[in-house]
Design a protein around this ligand. Structure first.
Ligand SMILES: [Zn+2]
Length: 308
């Protein structure tokens, strides 16, 4: 309004901001309250004032989901930049920058270990890595995680956070949709649970492929989940979209999700689900030999034509 508010105040507040190290306090993007960084870390990056779930890194996700002593696996390298893509910058430069910032090769981290003592393979998306976009590297990570789950006879849990396909990889990126679907089918065919935890945001090609094919669909509170953006839909259908459209609670109400779980309760919930789904499978082999022995005759009858 005048020179004080326009010029002097921003300068003064700028001076003070520099005195407070940025990593000591964090401003909640939802309620704008300042939170002490250490408190935020203990609260798993959930605002203590308004309950807003902030985005967390893939590494932190693995840490707070798996029991201590889990091991992160090395993922096969996908061919970098198959299309030699360039917009304002080279794709290889963008990749390198993301790799340096996140110390990850691509947007998904995979680990195996246990959740509350029960074996599990967990894959977590890193949204900070090019918006968690799905290119060949991410496809490779999901395929590897699925194969590992089958090999270890463990359920597969995927925490998704993705803007969708990776534009810079064009058709190669789209091919990851059927690839990841087939990979997660392997897990199901092996009779193992496939659990998807949708985190903010889960959109585009990830939603349109394996993320919607879980045995159990969980989401974090208020996570944005959808295929196309709300604005695009609004312009297409020429209608105002309802309140909370594409948010976790709305999808739960409309039957797309099985549950919305707070981050602090996620680990215990996953442990309970795995326990419920896995217990009958563990008991089955003990009971299985008995009926087979009792029905010895049919199996012999089956065997004899084969010999002849
Ligand atoms: Zn807040």
């Amino acid at each position: 309004m005048n020179w004080i508010s326009d010029w002097a105040l921003p300068k003064i507040s700028g001076l003070f901001k520099r005195d407070v190290p940025e990593n000591l306090w964090h401003k909640c993007p939802s309620c704008e309250q300042m939170i002490f960084r250490r408190d935020l870390e203990t609260a798993l990056h959930v605002c203590q004032h308004c309950g807003h779930h902030m985005r967390i890194s893939a590494a932190r996700r693995l840490e707070c989901t798996l029991d201590p002593g889990f091991s992160r696996i090395e993922l096969p390298r996908a061919p970098a930049d198959p299309l030699r893509f360039r917009d304002q910058r080279r794709y290889t430069d963008r990749l390198k920058e993301a790799q340096t910032k996140s110390s990850m090769d691509d947007a998904v981290a995979v680990a195996h270990g246990a959740i509350d003592g029960q074996r599990a393979v967990v894959a977590a998306f890193e949204f900070a890595f090019m918006g968690g976009s799905m290119g060949a590297g991410v496809g490779e990570a999901i395929v590897t995680a699925a194969k590992l789950a089958v090999l270890q006879d463990a359920p597969l849990i995927v925490f998704t956070a993705s803007g969708g396909a990776r534009m810079q990889e064009g058709a190669v990126s789209l091919m990851q949709m059927p690839r990841t679907v087939i990979a997660t089918r392997l897990v199901k065919e092996a009779g193992l649970p496939f659990i998807v935890v949708m985190c903010d945001p889960t959109t585009g090609g990830v939603t349109a492929s394996f993320a919607m094919l879980g045995d159990i669909h969980i989401a974090e509170p208020n996570a944005l989940i959808g295929f196309a953006g709300a604005r695009v839909i609004e312009q297409t259908v020429r209608e105002k979209l309802p309140e909370g459209f594409q948010r976790a609670e709305y999808l739960l109400e409309h039957g797309i999700l099985d549950m919305v779980v707070k981050r602090g309760e996620m680990r215990a919930t996953l442990a309970r689900i795995i326990g419920l789904l896995r217990t009958p499978l563990v008991e089955a082999p003990a009971e299985a030999p008995a009926p087979e022995a009792a029905e010895g005759l049919p199996s012999e009858a089956e065997a004899s034509p084969a010999k002849a």
